[in-house]
Design a protein around this ligand. Structure first.
Ligand SMILES: *[C@@H]1O[C@H](CO)[C@@H](O)[C@H](O)[C@H]1NC(C)=O
Ligand SMILES: *[C@@H]1O[C@H](CO)[C@@H](O)[C@H](O)[C@H]1NC(C)=O
Ligand SMILES: *[C@@H]1O[C@H](CO)[C@@H](O)[C@H](O)[C@H]1NC(C)=O
Ligand SMILES: *[C@@H]1O[C@H](CO)[C@@H](O)[C@H](O)[C@H]1NC(C)=O
Ligand SMILES: *[C@@H]1O[C@H](CO)[C@@H](O)[C@H](O)[C@H]1NC(C)=O
Ligand SMILES: *[C@@H]1O[C@H](CO)[C@@H](O)[C@H](O)[C@H]1NC(C)=O
Ligand SMILES: *[C@@H]1O[C@H](CO)[C@@H](O)[C@H](O)[C@H]1NC(C)=O
Ligand SMILES: *[C@@H]1O[C@H](CO)[C@@H](O)[C@H](O)[C@H]1NC(C)=O
Length: 906
């Protein structure tokens, strides 16, 4: 009404100003028409009723359609009407929680906000509808309604991410005015189990106005070889997206090319292999996506025909090989080139040479994960507009060319995982836009001084790790003030110390710090931890020689992991309140007890490594309150007293290593609740009593080492009962165990390490020992090695000493009697066999010579008799000594002419 009033007053004004009369009248007549229409409520009854019924059959948990009340449907949310006729023309009901940059901000809000239910054919009342968007909703696998084909005025139809499934109705082919069709089917709300499909694409030929077509994730494996012909009949097509459509093979030739206006083509993640010639006739292409398509052979030079190309993605074709041709420099509009994860070989001289003397717009170049070699040429400097340069995972060597300094827009550089064995040039310091530099896993040489870093004003993240140790030296003056304020730093193996660098102390925004093996042998300045404590999430200072105490009480609200291992820290264990999941303090000189409330201070710990310190006293029972605890490593400390018996809730704990302490008492019965327990190492303590039967509940045990204690009694029956089928290592040496070696021990079919030495076992070696099938086949031990490595992490020699005894049997220093069973000779994977210091009698089985893997043998101090059979590898007499009745080489005593122990006797 305001407009109408304005019009009348203008009219009145116009009477006085005659000259302007005509203008005002004519323009106001238009406005009045509109205003009047507005005033009359445009929404047509039929449209409104159609919408009402449509709304009623939908589900709308978050009330997105709450405004759909009252007469004037043109004012409802998501509705647009023609302002002349009042017909509803546009229905836009896309879920607003889908972010434009792809992804869901708030997943719950997104799900709640999904429309669903049934799509009512009452939509057909909207006979002027030209725009329909119901994307990012959840129709739970319903088919696309075929009556959509009757919405004959549709120009825009978007059903993407809406969980439709089944056959696409051919009726959609009747929408001859349709310009935009999006059926992208990888819905966020279903996990890919629903599928849209179509048996042929013939229906497409009716869509003669189509400009944009997206059938991503629609199953097209049955469309037949002529599908491309159908698409080729769409002369206006500008954008075609057939991402992940299970298309098998791309026709190599076409009689004619009609879709020459095609500008965007995405055929990624199908199964093609050769590049078809017609592709290079699509000279209007600006964006071409062909990743994960199994293209092989090499990159054709014909890409140079596609002069308008701005984006080319040929990544992840795995078998795409050959050298990168020099043609890309001819594509002057090319902005994004992704050739990563192929099998490209050779150097990149020709590729970069192609850009010489030509203007280029390349700002994103990804050549990572190929097999490229050679030095990086100076011509890299041709790519002056580069913002992203990814070269990781190749075999480039040499130095970074000094021309890198001319890449003045460079924002992100990744040269990690190469063989760079030269220097970083001073011009690197000119990269004033550089935010993220990843130079990890190379063999850098030389020095980095202030000049190398002088203008890196925007640098937020630097990662630089090198082999061998200290080939690269950070040489900046102690008082140097860096131009950058880092968030993330990772330096490994280069020399940064010996003092704790001042420049590092000036970096007050760090959230991620790794300074491993960088030669710092200083104390950490008193306030450094507290300065970082509020934001730091990951802190690694391991393998230095850092001295001093840790600040006693601090809160680290965001700390996820901290590794201060292999330094010279001393003093008490820090009473830090942290939500950290990983704490590595092993191999230092921490002393004193653990805090009684450690489980309260560090409730989220998953991995706790404290081995090789001087910690003492009891292990606090609040340890059992760490419900996420997976690895507990307290090896080589001075812990004493009994183990806490409170493990009823520790469902995640899979490795316990408290070897080499002075624990006493029995094994806690509650170990039986450790459902995940795999590695149990408690050797070299003063534990006693029997091995509790509750351990049989830990059926995932792979490694038991209880050696060097005072355990007594017989072997627990469950060890034989095949309850521990995964057992790889059983070490019970140096205890007070007695009784027979039971037959059923032979059922441990994964056993690779058996050590029962230094006990009081008596009776015979069971003949079934030949059934220890792991020692027959010698299955690989990678899993075991990994488990042990993680479980005892700390000093290398300990780990190696365990790995060195894989495939061994040690029964020495017991009271075993009887003969050495012939069956031992079936254990063809056996490396080590020690039967010394028993009362074994009879001859040495000659079949032992068939144990080709055997490298260590000891049969000394038994009652063995007769001639030593030929065992060419074993010439050291000491392994046979202490058997008075043995004779022959390598022992000095010759055998009598007729030995009483002839082979046939046994
Ligand atoms: C009415 O619709 C036409 C075409 O859609 C548009 O150009 C015009 O600006 C609209 N007028 C008003 C007042 O919205
Ligand atoms: C391509 O266009 C030509 C000429 O317009 C026409 O004769 C031919 O049928 C079209 N080819 C296809 C496959 O649609
Ligand atoms: C592609 O273009 C070449 C010339 O550049 C022409 O000879 C050839 O016929 C074209 N192919 C098709 C299928 O149009
Ligand atoms: C690329 O451009 C150069 C001139 O800069 C030209 O000599 C060469 O033929 C072009 N290569 C192709 C494949 O178009
Ligand atoms: C760097 O590595 C390359 C390739 O392995 C080798 O040829 C070259 O001698 C090495 N250079 C230095 C300085 O070690
Ligand atoms: C046991 O721990 C002590 C320190 O407590 C250490 O000196 C010794 O080397 C360790 N022994 C083994 C076998 O780890
Ligand atoms: C061992 O497992 C059995 C059966 O699952 C259970 O009843 C028993 O309480 C467990 N014992 C221990 C000590 O965990
Ligand atoms: C071991 O055997 C010897 C000799 O037969 C015997 O004197 C000794 O008591 C036995 N020891 C045990 C623990 O059985």
């Amino acid at each position: 009404m305001a407009i109408i009033n304005a019009c009348f007053s203008s009219n009145h004004f116009a009477i006085i100003h005659l000259l302007l009369l005509f203008f005002y009248v004519s323009s106001c007549l238009d406005i009045i028409k509109i205003c009047l229409a507005d005033a009359n409520v445009l929404c047509l009854d039929a449209d409104r009723e159609g919408l009402f019924a449509f709304k009623t059959s939908l589900t709308d948990p978050s009330g997105r359609l709450a405004s759909w009340v009252g007469e004037d449907c043109c004012t409802w949310n998501g509705i647009k009407c023609n302002n002349q006729t009042g017909h509803v023309t546009k229905l836009e009901l896309r879920n607003p929680y889908w972010l434009v940059n792809g992804g869901v901000g708030d997943r719950e809000a997104y799900k709640r906000s999904c429309l669903g239910g049934k799509i009512n054919p009452s939509l057909l009342h909207l006979n002027q509808l030209n725009y329909l968007d119901i994307s990012f909703n959840d129709f739970e696998g319903a088919p696309i309604p075929d009556f959509f084909g009757q919405l004959q005025n549709l120009r825009y139809l978007n059903l993407s991410f809406a969980s439709f499934s089944g056959e696409i109705p051919n009726q959609l082919g009747n929408l001859s005015g349709l310009q935009y069709l999006d059926l992208y089917a990888d819905s966020y709300s279903n996990s890919g189990t629903l599928e849209l499909s179509t048996q042929n694409l013939k229906w497409l030929s009716g869509l003669s106005s189509l400009k944009h077509l997206n059938l991503g994730y629609v199953k097209l494996d049955g469309v037949g070889a002529d599908w491309l012909q159908t698409v080729n009949m769409l002369p206006s097509l500008v954008e075609l997206r057939l991402h992940w459509c299970q298309l098998q093979g791309l026709p190599l030739s076409l009689p004619s090319i009609n879709f020459t206006s095609l500008s965007v083509l995405d055929l990624s993640e199908n199964s093609f292999n050769a590049f078809p010639q017609w592709l290079f006739n699509l000279t209007s292409l600006t964006k071409l996506y062909l990743r994960w398509d199994f293209f092989n052979n090499h990159i054709p030079g014909e890409f140079a025909n596609l002069e308008l190309l701005e984006v080319l993605d040929l990544s992840n074709n795995l078998e795409l090989g050959g050298q990168i041709p020099g043609i890309f420099g001819n594509l002057s509009r090319l902005r994004i080139l992704d050739l990563s994860a192929n099998n490209l070989i050779g150097d990149i001289q020709e590729f970069l040479g192609g850009f010489s003397g030509k203007p280029n717009n390349l700002f994103f170049l990804d050549l990572s994960s190929n097999s490229l070699v050679g030095e990086l040429p100076e011509s890299l400097g041709n790519l002056k507009n580069l913002q992203y340069l990814f070269l990781s995972g190749n075999s480039f060597w040499g130095s970074i060319p000094s021309s890198i300094g001319s890449l003045s827009s460079l924002w992100k550089l990744d040269l990690s995982y190469n063989m760079m064995n030269g220097t970083i040039p001073e011009s690197f310091g000119q990269l004033s836009k550089l935010v993220d530099a990843n130079l990890m896993q190379n063999s850098w040489e030389g020095i980095l001084n202030e000049a190398h870093l002088i203008n890196l004003r925007r640098l937020e993240s630097i990662r630089l790790t090198t082999q061998p140790t200290r080939s690269l030296v950070f040489n900046v003056s102690y008082k140097w003030v860096p131009p950058f304020m880092l968030k993330s730093i990772q330096l490994e193996n280069c020399l940064v110390g010996p003092p704790f660098p001042l420049w590092l102390q000036l970096q007050t925004e760090l959230t991620f710090v790794v300074l491993r093996k960088v030669g710092i042998s200083d104390t950490i300045p008193g306030d450094w931890f507290s300065k970082l404590s509020s934001q730091i999430s990951y802190l690694v200072l391991s393998n230095n020689e850092i001295k001093g105490n840790l600040p006693h009480e601090l809160e680290f609200p965001n700390l996820r992991g901290i590794d201060l291992s292999s330094n010279r820290f001393e003093g008490p264990f820090p009473q830090w309140s942290i939500n950290t999941s990983e704490l590595y303090l092993q191999d230092n000189s921490f002393s004193g007890p653990l805090p009684e409330n450690i489980g309260v201070l560090m409730p989220r710990l998953q991995r706790l490594y404290l081995s090789w310190n001087h910690l003492n006293s009891r292990i606090p029972s609040s340890m059992c309150d760490m419900l996420d605890l997976q690895v507990l490593s307290l090896r080589s400390n001075k812990f004493s007293g009994e183990l806490p018996n409170c493990w009823h809730q520790s469902q995640m704990l899979w490795a316990i290593d408290i070897s080499n302490n002075t624990l006493s008492g029995h094994l806690p019965i509650s170990f039986g609740y450790l459902r995940s327990l795999s590695v149990l190492m408690l050797s070299n303590n003063n534990l006693d009593g029997e091995i509790p039967s509750s351990l049989q509940n830990c059926t995932g045990l792979t490694s038991i080492d209880l050696g060097g204690n005072k355990f007594s009694g017989t072997l627990p029956p469950w060890i034989e009962d095949n309850k521990l089928a995964s057992l790889f290592m059983l070490r019970l040496q140096s205890n007070l165990l007695s009784g027979n070696i039971p037959q059923r021990l032979c059922n441990l079919r994964n056993l690779h390490i058996l050590d029962l030495s230094h006990n009081m076992f008596s009776g015979c070696i069971p003949r079934c020992i030949g059934n220890l099938s792991a020692l027959v086949h010698g299955k690989n031990s990678e899993v075991f090695e990994r488990l042990i490595y993680v479980a005892i992490k700390g000093r290398d020699p300990e780990y190696r000493s365990i790995i060195a005894i894989v495939d061994s049997i040690d029964l020495s220093w017991n009271n075993l009697t009887g003969g050495i069973p012939d069956e031992v000779s079936s254990l063809s994977a056996l490396h080590i066999l020690n039967l010394s210091h028993n009362y074994l009698a009879g001859p040495i089985p000659p079949s032992l010579s068939s144990l080709t893997s055997l490298t260590r043998l000891n049969l000394s101090y038994n009652n063995l008799a007769g001639r030593i059979p030929p065992l060419p590898k074993f010439v050291d007499p000491s392994i046979f000594e202490g058997n008075p009745s043995l004779c022959g080489a390598p022992l000095p005593n010759k055998c009598p002419r007729s030995s009483t122990f002839r082979k046939t006797n046994f």
